[in-house]
Ligand binder design. Structure first.
Ligand code: PMV
Length: 347
């Protein structure tokens, strides 16, 4: 009773981790738990058109990125399909046309793997749901997150909003290494409208992929303590998120960002993804916070760009600060104003 053909479209957001995932075991099992804000504006929209084919010997798909055929992305998608086939047995029954586009500019240095893998997983789950229409929403979301994780680890945190936790933790009920869950504890309203301005310091290709970075945590001299710290930071975050204690929030989030980069600088081989402008921005944030007592802070991904985090109530002031002091450190003065979002939507 497989449908002959059809089309599914989903829009999935990017996310930014507060406690970072860095280090994994096969197959995409995180060595420590993490938590992220789901974003809103930075998103990938993907359509999957499917049509039954005669031969079921192999996968068959075409791929279009922003309207143009994209052969370069095909091997990654094929690997993904191979990995998830055992969970979606219909994949070889169809020819797929996958059309995908990002809301953020191409080569902006913003990783699209999280939003991209989440959107594609949701589309494939959309087909699965046609075979199993009574599937519960919770099961649908958990399986979409499970599949997205197999495409790119952090993608499993891009299905729902506003705060998503991934990775088993003894004190977080229902937490799992296999998929992300909506953060199950109280969250102060301040965090539900938090702003994230992404300062695009360097739009080029990263010098080291996150895949390689994760691998370098094996045998890393500080790995054990780092993993312990992540478990403990998740624990510490609980009362902070509940009360809205921004002072403690800032300390924890900035320390996580710098620890992530410290792990890169102390692995073998070592590498550094921050640029001089990344450091200029960090210093200006610290100075501004000291002088104005505005609760702004930064976090970093595995790259040179800086995510500036602040409450929505400070938006006007912080926008002036960005224009006056930070924009000059961005490539072509380019930055993206984003905020915490609600998760993926079906189009
Ligand atoms: O999802 P991956 O394998 O690209 O790893 C991303 C890891 C960080 O973005 C650096 C941290 C995180 O938790 O998102």
């Amino acid at each position: 009773n497989l449908p002959e053909k059809g089309k599914v479209t989903w829009k999935a957001p990017s996310n930014i981790a507060l406690v970072k995932y860095w280090g994994k075991r096969p197959v995409q099992i995180p060595t420590n738990p993490s938590i992220s804000f789901t974003l809103d504006a930075c998103a990938t929209t993907t359509s999957v058109t499917f049509e039954k084919k005669d031969s079921k010997d192999d996968f068959s798909f075409d791929l279009f990125f922003e309207g143009k055929p994209k052969e370069g992305f095909k091997p990654k998608i094929r690997t993904f399909l191979e990995r998830i086939e055992m969970y979606l047995p219909f994949l070889k029954e169809y020819h797929f046309t996958i059309e995908t586009s990002n809301s953020f500019p191409h080569s902006s240095g913003i990783a699209s793997s999280a939003s991209g893998m989440a959107a594609l997983s949701l589309c494939l789950m959309g087909i699965e749901r046609q075979l199993n229409p009574t599937m519960e929403e919770k099961v649908f979301n958990a399986k979409a997150s499970f599949l997205a994780r197999l495409g790119s680890g952090s993608a499993c945190r891009s299905i729902k909003g506003n705060l998503v936790q991934w990775g088993e933790h003894a004190n977080i009920p229902e937490s799992s290494d296999l998929y992300g869950i909506v953060y199950p504890f109280g969250v102060n309203p301040v965090f539900k409208s938090y702003c994230d301005t992404i300062l695009l310091v360097h739009k080029g290709q990263k010098q080291v992929s996150s895949t390689v970075g994760h691998q370098l945590m094996h045998g890393h001299p500080y790995a054990e303590n780092r993993f312990k710290q992540a478990f403990s930071n998740l624990e510490k975050l609980r009362p902070i998120l509940e009360s809205g204690d921004l002072e403690e929030f800032i300390k924890l989030v900035e320390s996580e960002a710098l620890t992530l980069h410290a792990m890169m600088m102390t692995s073998m081989p070592y590498f550094m993804l921050m640029k001089p402008d990344t450091l200029e921005i960090i210093n200006k944030i610290w100075q501004y916070r000291e002088e104005t007592k505005t609760p702004v802070c930064f976090t970093l991904d595995a790259g040179a760009n800086v995510h500036l985090l602040y409450p929505a109530s400070e938006k006007e002031k912080v926008q002036d600060f960005i224009k006056d002091k930070l924009a000059i450190h961005c490539e072509n003065g380019h930055y993206i104003n984003d905020r915490v979002g609600q998760g993926a939507t079906k189009i």
